[in-house]
Design a protein around this ligand. Structure first.
Ligand SMILES: O=C(O)[C@H](O)COP(=O)(O)O
Ligand SMILES: [Mn+2]
Ligand SMILES: [Mn+2]
Length: 550
């Protein structure tokens, strides 16, 4: 690959900073009272929208970002992969579908490796029990379980993480029933659910925000230790949710273990067992992978470290080669903008708070945890709080803004990349008022950043990775009206949306007459990369999608 960037024919290279600002979970959607982006006073982003030659929307979901179908909502992994690479690449969900369709799932090295445990040992499956398609999909899990049974697995245990975040809260009950039915249909196999807990409480931490989550998961899945013990998963989920009029959300269910009639856990992980993490998405599988794979490990006391045949659905980290063995090769993302910038000596500053830190670094760089050139890249992580974010919807937006301003003023960076987590993380709580607060605050922070950017004569591109806060209510499929619960309250929507996202360019250093193309009706997030490279003063490399700039 020729990494030399060529000067742009119209936009001169600049030594002033180019700010790329991502509002995580900020979609352009129907303007009603359940759209927090619309309800919040947002004078700064509203003003950007006024200049139609420098504002438009692009697709952030479905096939435009490499997902299997246009019914798939976007998410941070595929969104930042596209934003950072300028390419539409078949993503994990799609690659697993293909591996199942072609049968390659059952022919690779990863499968051969786990199949050595089929006859004499237990095969454990751990992951998010959901059809959300963001981290995992239940239909894929069912197909793999069936495939294992048909190929000789004798004892299967599934460790479930309940969702309620990419899918409606309460759906865990239906997914447990579906999984139980699937397990019961595996003839001649002793197959059971063995442990579980809510995805925001157990196992699925990311970016080392809270290792205690992973420890709780390890204790439940591996050691069979948890504060709650039940004889079946349906009872576990129903009981732990509590009063359905005011339930504990699926996301936050405490860890539990399934026990037999002698109160003995039905599925601890033992030497010789195989362990499969069935999530295809990387961020929330990295820590648990380290716990299973690394001999040397100090994040928490594992108490017991069984020798397992351990695989991921994918390889989650390309730099760490983690895990070493996997069922499906991950998306091959090469020639990212980060690599181009580094190879052309362009200095970069990237910053977010913990919850989104890997989004603007790891995902942006094609699921690589390292640097392309440490001398040229500065990555700053502002530690996130470990609380439900509707309790403190300001999160770390102000601190991120201060760090961004300092980077802009320092004169050290030609690219400054910022992600604001609030519209997404608060949107996932389903709390409309908190989401409105989050959007208002983020708009103020953007205004503040843009003032600083203009004061140094920089250029900017503002966008988002997918929708979320732009719709906070579940809706009737045909009429689009809000769905209400038995007490007449709107049913919260905690997931992302299918909405397109805004793109705005500008800044005191952007030459007059630079405009966004208004054609390309199917443009998606991958078309934004070229625009960012243009703002730096260079032409878009030919393997990337066409730029949005005219
Ligand atoms: O992992 C999560 O928090 C959600 O499943 C998806 O949110 P994100 O794609 O914005 O991170
Ligand atoms: Mn996101
Ligand atoms: Mn999200």
């Amino acid at each position: 690959m020729d990494f030399q960037l060529k000067p742009h024919s119209v936009i001169p290279p600049t030594d002033k900073p180019v700010l790329v600002c991502i509002l995580d979970g900020w979609g352009e959607n129907l303007g009603d009272q359940y759209n927090a982006v619309h309800v919040a006073p947002t004078p700064c982003t509203d003003a950007l929208k006024e200049d139609k030659s420098r504002w438009r929307t692009v697709k952030a979901h479905g096939t435009a970002v490499g997902l299997p179908s246009d019914a798939d909502m976007g998410n941070s992994e595929v969104g930042h992969n596209a934003l950072g690479s300028g390419q539409v690449i078949d993503q994990g969900a799609r690659l697993v579908d293909i591996a199942l369709e072609t049968g390659q799932m059952f022919e690779g090295d990863g499968w051969t490796y786990i199949s050595e445990s089929f006859a004499e040992n237990t095969v454990h499956f751990i992951g998010l029990l959901s059809d959300g398609g963001v981290h995992s999909r239940l239909d894929q899990v069912q197909a793999i379980l069936k495939g294992a049974a048909e190929r000789g697995a004798k004892r299967i245990r599934v460790h479930i993480l309940t969702d309620g975040r990419d899918v409606p809260d309460g759906s865990s009950k239906r997914f447990v029933a579906e999984l139980e039915a699937g397990l019961a249909a595996l003839s001649g196999v002793d197959a059971k659910i063995a442990s579980g807990g809510g995805r925001m409480k157990v196992t699925m931490d990311r970016y080392e925000a809270d290792w205690a989550m992973v420890q709780r998961g390890w204790e439940a899945h591996v050691l069979g230790e948890a504060p709650h013990r039940f004889q079946d998963a349906a009872t576990a989920v129903r009981t732990l949710r509590g009063d359905e009029a005011k339930p504990i959300s699926d996301q936050w269910l405490p860890p539990f273990v399934i026990v037999d009639s002698d109160d003995k856990p039905v599925g601890t992980v033992e030497d010789g067992d195989a362990v499969v993490l069935f999530n295809f998405r990387a961020d929330r599988m990295v820590e648990i992978s380290k716990a299973f794979e690394y001999e040397e490990f100090s994040a928490f006391d594992r108490k017991r470290f069984p020798k397992t045949r351990f695989v991921g659905m994918m390889q989650y980290d390309g730099d760490l080669k983690l895990p070493a063995r996997f069922l499906v090769p991950p998306p091959a993302i090469h020639g990212t903008s980060g690599e181009y910038l580094a190879k052309n000596g362009i200095t970069t500053f990237a910053c977010s708070e913990t919850q989104k830190f890997g989004h603007v670094t790891f995902f942006w760089n094609g699921n690589r945890s390292g640097f392309f050139d440490e001398k040229l890249e500065t990555y700053v992580e502002i530690p996130s709080d470990n609380i439900p974010f509707n309790e403190k919807p300001e999160m770390k937006a102000r601190e991120i803004t201060e760090a961004g301003k300092e980077a802009l003023l320092s004169g050290k960076y030609r690219m400054v990349r910022i992600n604001y987590a609030n519209p997404d993380m608060v949107g996932h709580t389903g709390d409309l008022d908190a989401a409105v607060f989050a959007c208002k605050l983020v708009d103020e922070c953007v205004a503040d950043l843009l003032d600083t950017l203009n004061s140094v004569g920089g250029r900017f591109l503002l966008t988002a990775d997918h929708g979320n806060a732009d719709d906070m209510v579940q809706r009737h499929k045909k009429t689009n009206e809000a769905l209400l619960d038995d007490a007449g309250r709107p049913l919260a929507l905690t997931s992302h949306t299918l909405a397109p996202v805004p793109v705005a360019i500008g800044g005191a250093g952007l030459p007059d007459g630079v405009r966004l193309r208004q054609d390309l009706p199917n443009a998606g997030l991958a078309n934004i990369t070229g625009a960012c490279i243009n703002l730096l003063g260079y032409e878009v490399p030919s393997h990337m999608e066409p730029s949005l700039i005219e």
